[in-house]
Design a protein around this ligand. Structure first.
Ligand SMILES: [Zn+2]
Ligand SMILES: [Zn+2]
Length: 258
């Protein structure tokens, strides 16, 4: 089956979707049905890590999720990956997944969520300081350098396949971060849900040599496989399909599985 062409890109997988296991509205089966309907060959179920308040998924739920993933893959005949969107929660780049957890997953995503409990009090004053400034795009150079360092630490320490919504809440040096992503084989997400990176952020990532993924981060079933913002941004910047890991005619290569 050929992937649908939108804005000149053939995206074959949505690698970031949420279900009722965290605070998505649909079941695993609902998301997989929607992905199949949109002509995708693959969809990932990536609910929030445990530090996400109230809705984070504990590893006790992984077996039930795995069962749902297998059942939906058989029913709809497309690839379904089980993942988690981990929280980066300290300057050291710590995430809320153990090595054991990672070995149970098919794909590992990580991102910063302002609501996730920080590792140490000092992390509030380092990594999490200036959240409001970050939201407004008015972080100081020092804050941007610290945020970027925390992300790079994370990429170096853990086999992160995808860095989710970079630039949401925190401002980053996208050129420096992109270089680390390129070196370690972590993909930079262009997020339609959070509309990041912006034009300038994407420019830095593109110069760095990083590879990208285009994802919906759908929390609603009807948003699975929808990525208008990301495609428009990529097309306007002239991003080559060859640099998008979930587009074109290539196999999906994931760092956590290599
Ligand atoms: Zn997120
Ligand atoms: Zn998400």
């Amino acid at each position: 089956m050929e992937s649908p062409v939108e804005n000149g890109y053939r995206i074959f997988a949505d690698l970031h979707t949420h279900t009722t296991y965290s605070h998505g509205k649909g079941s695993v089966e609902d998301n997989v049905r929607a992905a199949k309907f949109r002509g995708l060959k693959c969809v990932a179920i990536t609910d929030h890590g445990i530090r996400h308040p109230l809705v984070g998924v504990s590893r006790k739920k992984f077996p039930a999720m795995r069962k749902d993933v297998q059942a939906a893959a058989e029913k709809f005949g497309i690839d379904v990956l089980l993942g988690i969107e981990a929280n980066i929660y300290g300057m050291s780049g710590e995430i809320d997944l153990s090595d054991g957890d990672i070995s149970m997953l098919d794909i590992v995503l990580a991102g910063f969520h302002a609501s996730a409990r920080p590792q140490k009090v000092s992390d509030i004053f380092m990594f999490q300081s200036g959240l409001v400034a970050g939201r407004l795009g008015k972080s100081s150079k020092e804050q941007i350098a610290r945020n970027t360092k925390a992300y790079i630490n994370c990429i170096k320490r853990f086999p992160i396949d995808i860095l989710t919504h970079p630039g949401f809440w925190l401002q980053l040096d996208t050129y420096e971060l992109g270089k680390a992503c390129a070196d370690y084989g972590t993909y930079v997400e262009i997020s339609s849900r959070h509309r990041v990176p912006d034009e300038e952020g994407l420019e830095g990532f593109m110069k760095s040599g990083a590879m990208f993924v285009i994802n919906s981060d759908a929390h609603l079933v009807q948003n699975v496989g929808r990525w208008e913002y990301a495609l428009n941004l990529a097309a306007a910047a002239g991003l080559d399909e060859a640099r998008i890991a979930n587009a074109g005619n290539k196999p999906l290569v994931l760092r956590s599985k290599n």
